[in-house]
Write a protein that binds this ligand. Structure first.
Ligand code: C5J
Length: 229
């Protein structure tokens, strides 16, 4: 077991039964011209965490952990996009409309790709999800079960929407979940802070939270003093 100094108390995980789940680090959320910006958000807060998420993925790869990437995406026909999702609010462009990076939030379009710096490599699992939670209408639950995964380490965007929704889904399915707090971000700093408080309150009612440095230190202790840059 590897034990991380986390809140509300230490998080212990068996690395061979643990997956890193990187939520929606897509151009559509992180770069100008995508879905996030059409909703009126300043995406620069999200762009800023890319190096930290890259460091986390590098750690997981070096340690041989299962790595899962998710993409919020819809079929080109929008058959998997509820009208309630497409028609909500007053975005400058709606899901499926043509934008500067291709059709907004449509699978296979340039804007829907994971940012280059975090691109999945061979052997990693990529889950396309039509909803905010990564377990809804996807094979994620089956994939994790077949691999014998019991613990999930989370990163990605946005903290209070797709990350928190997926963490809650995972918690209800019996996974012990750790959120790496500097490898997740929101367009709204107060929402990120509130989400971290919510998930860790009441004795970790949804899970644990810790900075990447705490995870790196825990792995280094386990590996006999190797440190991660
Ligand atoms: C949102 C997400 N915020 N990936 N999606 O619509 O959090």
């Amino acid at each position: 077991m590897i034990t991380v100094d986390a809140r509300p108390f230490a998080y212990a995980f068996p690395p061979e039964k643990t997956a890193l789940v990187v939520i929606d680090m897509q151009r559509d959320f992180v770069e100008p011209g995508g879905f996030g910006e059409t909703l009126g958000n300043d995406v620069s807060r999200l762009t800023a965490i890319v190096p930290t998420v890259a460091r986390l993925i590098g750690l997981a790869r070096a340690e041989g952990w299962t790595v899962v990437h998710t993409r919020e995406s819809h079929d080109a026909t929008l058959c998997d996009c509820p009208p309630a999702k497409r028609e909500r609010g007053a975005p400058t462009l709606r899901i499926g409309d043509a934008g500067p990076m291709g059709r907004i939030l449509v699978r296979g379009e340039p804007g829907n790709a994971i940012v280059d710096a975090l691109a999945p490599i061979d052997g990693e699992i990529v889950i396309d999800k039509p909803g905010k939670g990564a377990f809804y209408a996807t094979a994620l639950g089956d994939v994790l079960r077949l691999k014998g995964i019991t613990h999930l380490i989370f990163a990605g965007v946005t903290t209070e929407v797709c990350v928190q929704t997926t963490m809650r889904e995972a918690n209800d399915r019996g996974y012990d979940c750790l959120l790496i707090e500097d490898a997740t971000e929101s367009y709204f700093p107060a929402f990120k802070a509130a989400t971290l408080d919510m998930i860790t309150a009441q004795g970790g009612i949804v899970g644990w939270a810790a900075p990447l440095a705490a995870l790196e230190a825990a792995v280094a202790r386990e590996d006999g003093g190797v440190t991660w840059k």
